[in-house]
Structures are given as C-alpha cells and as structure tokens.
Design a protein around this ligand. Sequence first.
Ligand code: GDP
Length: 334
Amino acid sequence: MSAATACRDDAGATYVALSGGVGGSKLSLGLSHLLGSRLTIVVNTGDDFEHLGLHVSPDIDTTLYTLAGLVNEETGWGRRDESWNFMRAIEALGGPEWFRLGDGDLAMHVDRTRRLRAGETLNEICAKFRACLGIKPRVLPMSDDPLRTLVDTDNGVLAFQEYFVREQCRPRVRGIRFEGATKARASSMALDALAAPTLAGVIICPSNPYLSIDPVLAVPGIAEALRKCRAPVIAVSPIIAGKAVKGPTAKIMGELGLAADAATIARHYSGLIKGFVLDEEDARYEPSLGLPTLVTKTLMKTSADKIALAEACLAMCDKLRAGGDARRAKARDA
Ligand code: GDP
C-alpha cells in the first residue's frame, strides 16, 4: 500500500476507530490510507500481560506493525523478516517457550517496560513508538491503567494470553470478565477524539466483540462518549457466513449459547451503533436488523480490499450524517 494518503473531500473531518489486533488492524490500515493523521485508533489493552518481566501489549503492537508496514502478513501479528535468536537461547535454558517473542518484537517489549519503569504512560510510550515508526494516525491504548481480560472456562479462570496462546483457545468459554474495569481511566486523548467537533464518524472494526471490543467499551466513559457523540457510530461484522475469518469468535459465540452470525454481532452493539456493515454472503440478515445497513465485501485479503472496505465505511458515515442533519433541520423547521 502506498504511503501517500488518498484525499477525501471532507478535509478537516476526523474519525475514530475502535480496534483489537489482527482483524481490526486490517481495516485500520485501509482507513489510515484514506485519512492519515485525521484517524485516531483506540486499541484494546485487555490482552496486555507481563511475560519474562516485560510488559507486552499484543494488540497495540499488531496495530503499530500493521500501520508501519512491518507486520508478518502470514500470521497477521509479529514482525516480518523476524529472527529468533532470543527464543532459541531461552528454550536452551529451559525457559518458557509458549509465548513466542522474535528479536525485533522483543525490543519493543524491553523498551516499553524500561519506559514504564521510568514513569512514562502507555499512551506516551505508544506516541513515541508511533513517531519512530512513521505512523500518521494516532494509536491510543484505551487506558493507561491495567484492565485485564479473564476468560472463565471449563478449565478454570484463565488470563487472556493463557487462554489464547498457551491453551490455543481450546477450553470451553463460560464467561468473560474485565478485571480492573471499574477503576481504569479512559485515555484522555481517546475521550477528546470522541468529543471533537470535527468528529465525522466512529468505526468499530471487525474485531472480536467479546475479547477485543468489549474491553474497550468496559473502560468507564468510553461507551458513554460513543452514545453521546453526534457523529454516527458504525460496526463491521467480524463474522462472515457463520465463521470467523481467523480466531475463536464463532467458537466462543457457540459456547456462550449465541448463534454465530452477523445478526448476533449487530444485536451485541445495539444501542451503541447507528449503522452496521455486513458481508455480501450475509445479505439475508439485512431486513431483520432494524438499523441502516451496508452489504459489501468485507473479507480483506489485499491492500485494495482494505481500502475499499474503509471507503465503504466512510461513505456509510457520510450518508448517516447527511440523514441526521436532514432530520435535525426538519425538527427545527417543524
Ligand atoms: P485479535 O485481537 O488478534 O484476535 O484480533 P481482532 O479481535 O481485531 O480480530 C479478530 C476478528 O477479526 C475475528 O473475529 C475475525 O473473524 C475477524 N477478521 C479477521 N480478518 C477479517 C476480514 O478480513 N474481514 C472481516 N470482516 N473480519 C475479519
């Protein structure tokens, strides 16, 4: 994807995306191409954890690597052209090997941890990394405070990375909770971006609603800011034809007693969103959703796919805004 930002004719309008890791960052990359510095991405940190004494922020790093063009395209996470000397050395010492850390990736965790110990916040550190990597959109950890996603399974309560990486999402999920949610303070820059008079749309990326977006919404103030904001909030379905493109979203939905389909995702966000984007393969759900919808191709394999879906999302925001303005004008004139 070219580094140049394609121009939209709404110069000055700003947008916010809410995102997890792999699925979210694909759409964020498309949005970044169209909006550049007019985009703010608020990213889940419920997956953050301490490993080998280091603070690891998986979704933040996936977002940074994707936007910087450094991501391993095959896995969707980690760096491409990575070397694994550290991993080989720690395995030889009998150290933990379940969480793979490439050498370049390790540098991020070492430097993040060093800066945290020196008193910098996650948001300050992320801003520095973003500048060093030449990324135009703002990438904001949802909070500087610890909020940890815990997965209640038939193997007991597991920290997110234990469930996701160590156990490979095998245990049956009974529930999900967010430890520290009541005390976590939202990133002030995220709240400012959601309250900005220039805000023209909020896009909930096709991330796992339960493990990636709900932790963001659990941070006090964020869901309220979304409900209050005048710009339309839309969501893109991460489920296509009853399946997740990657990861455990559909499996978890089944285990939680939910139908794994786009309609369930739309219902999950009801009260929060003004529009919903679903895949062409799921067009049959459209009439039953009871809110404005856009049916389009949502599978993002190529750069062109990511930009096309981003364009479609921005066009939907434009349309919803125009409808809202017309309704407000009619109410004023009545
Ligand atoms: P994680 O934190 O790395 O698990 O990533 P996310 O939560 O951001 O994304 C996981 C979700 O992204 C899964 O539910 C996937 O189905 C969804 N996803 C991945 N790629 C695509 C895609 O190309 N299109 C759509 N619609 N969803 C996708």
